[in-house]
Design a binder for this molecule. Structure first.
Ligand SMILES: *Cc1c(COP(=O)(O)O)cnc(C)c1O
Length: 502
């Protein structure tokens, strides 16, 4: 299967190359024409969902990965799946489906860092190291994070041979638990810098690294190529398709749905990565009814889906669901490519408009097709807190703010007689201060110490925190360095020299 850029069919790569490069050379995202809507779906990409019955998460993963990354051998895929999901998730189901009142909840946070990013970031290093094997190439990963990606990437890539990783997070811009998770990161090949600036500043600085000749030359001198672990990498999108199929399989095996029965999904999203994976699952044959896009107060995506105008000319609001605080939703570019006939020129033109004017408008006919497939809704912080309270008081479930956004939007978008699955993207303990406040009000003295909040939430609810978060308490802080955004290039070069070896 050939991948090419969303902006040009001439910028091509194999699946292995696309995983190693992350972003296409022209700034576009790697896509395959196999998923273009309206075109015939190749048999090799179709998955008969009923055939998954009797299997398990790993079997589902082998099917999905094998279909879309077909230049990896079956042995490589099987090895990658074992490496990613053996002994790393605390649930034997990896991503279990449980009840949330009348809804179902797909729990994606039983991995080592307690957020859904683990599902893909356990797999990406497995794919990258297999793609590197037999070459003399080495990789340096630079990643900006608003909190969850950074920790999951550090944990996923720690001590992977031939790969180094630097993570940049905005100083004061992540939750106390998230900061501790990164500050205590172990591993010989990792490095972390808190930058003075917001996430957008860190993200732009990291993107600029790819276009900075001195950085490229400096790394090339060490025999190292720069790449990214952000959700633009096709190696992150593909592993996320797996849990849609597997959630459906779990409902089928539980007798909750019949063999061809459609289910709906509601997804709390910012970068459109997670919900796009659901769209891919449907294209590949999963009986999905509607995909509901749930936004917080930064509702760029829901406005786009209601008006057809994508407009980033507004200021970012800080919310209690910070992992969705984003104005430029990278993966939407892929979705529009696939839904707009696979037209790379139109795709490139939209992205040029966005860069130059700050907005673009899609034609009515395309908007109508999007609205037929995607529902949408928004929950601001007050509504999110109310959703956390209702889930706890009426349904006996403790949920994190991102899940709470999706829960509320899901309840507004139910189709009678159809099961609705909410994607639960983080453990409530990752955002324990916001959860505690929603249930019991603010307590400034308590909030000064993240472990005191964890303890108090556990005492009052009886719900235990995940072991990796509780275990942060005894860990030594390894990373205290802070720096200007302008220091990022030198930091990456130094990290490559010192941590990747010559
Ligand atoms: C990253 C993240 C999201 C949003 O994921 P997208 O890829 O933007 O769809 C939602 N919730 C949590 C907890 C996250 O970490």
């Amino acid at each position: 299967m050939i991948y090419h850029s969303t902006r040009s069919r001439d910028v091509r790569a194999s699946g292995r190359e696309a995983v190693l490069e992350g972003l296409a050379a022209d700034g576009g995202l790697f896509v395959t024409d196999a998923l273009v809507e309206g075109a015939e779906l190749p048999q090799s990409v179709r998955i008969d969902p009923a055939s998954l019955a009797g299997g398990d998460y790993k079997a589902t993963a082998r099917r999905v990965l094998g279909a879309l990354l077909d230049d990896f051998t079956a042995e490589e895929i099987a090895g990658a799946v074992e490496g990613a999901y053996s002994g790393t998730f605390s649930s034997p189901l990896v991503t279990p489906v449980t009840a949330l009142g009348e809804l179902r909840m797909l729990e994606l946070w039983h991995g080592p860092t307690a957020a859904f990013k683990d599902v893909a970031l356990r797999m990406l290093p497995q794919l990258m190291s297999r793609a590197l094997a037999g070459t003399d190439r080495r990789l340096m990963i630079a990643t900006a994070t608003s909190g969850d990606t950074g920790k999951a990437a550090l944990e996923g890539f720690r001590d992977v041979p031939g790969i180094g990783i630097s993570v940049f997070y905005p100083e004061g811009g992540v939750s106390a638990v998230q900061e501790l998770q990164m500050a205590t990161q172990e591993g010989a090949n990792v490095s972390v810098l808190a930058v003075k600036g917001d996430f957008d500043a860190a993200q732009s600085a990291v993107k600029r690294l790819f276009a900075t000749p001195e950085v490229k030359a400096g790394l090339a001198g060490l025999g190292v190529t720069l790449t990214s672990a952000n959700s633009i990498n096709i190696g992150r999108l593909v592993p996320q398709i797996v849990y849609y199929f597997d959630a459906w399989r779990q409902l089928l095996e539980a007798g909750e749905i019949g063999p061809d029965e459609k289910v709906d999904f509601t997804v709390p999203t910012g970068n459109f990565g997670d919900v796009l994976a659901g769209w891919c699952a449907r294209r590949m044959g999963l009986p999905v009814g509607r995909l509901i896009v749930a936004s917080n107060a930064n509702d760029v995506l829901t406005r786009f889906l209601s008006t057809g105008v994508y407009d980033r000319r507004r200021t970012l609001e800080k919310t209690i669901s910070p992992s969705m605080d984003i104005l430029v939703s990278s993966n939407l570019e892929r979705c529009l490519f696939w839904m707009d006939g696979g037209d790379a020129e139109r795709s490139a033109a939209r992205m040029r408009e966005l860069a130059e004017k700050g907005f673009y408008r899609i034609p009515e006919a395309l908007l109508a097709r999007l609205q037929a497939e995607f529902g949408y809704g928004m929950a601001d912080d007050d509504v999110t807190r109310a959703s956390i309270r209702e889930a706890w008081e009426k349904e006996g479930r403790l949920i994190d703010p991102h899940t709470a956004v999706a829960r509320r939007v899901a309840l507004e978008n139910l189709t009678p007689g159809r099961k609705m699955i909410v994607l639960s993207t983080a453990s409530p303990y990752k955002f324990c201060a916001a959860v505690y406040e929603a249930l019991y009000g603010r307590d400034e003295a308590l909030f000064a110490d993240p472990f005191a909040v964890m303890d108090a939430l556990c005492r009052r609810t009886g719900v235990e925190p995940p072991a990796p978060l509780a275990g942060l308490r005894g860990k030594a802080v390894r990373w205290r360095e802070t720096g200007e955004v302008a220091a990022i290039p030198e930091f990456v070069l130094r990290a490559a020299r010192e941590r990747l070896g010559a």
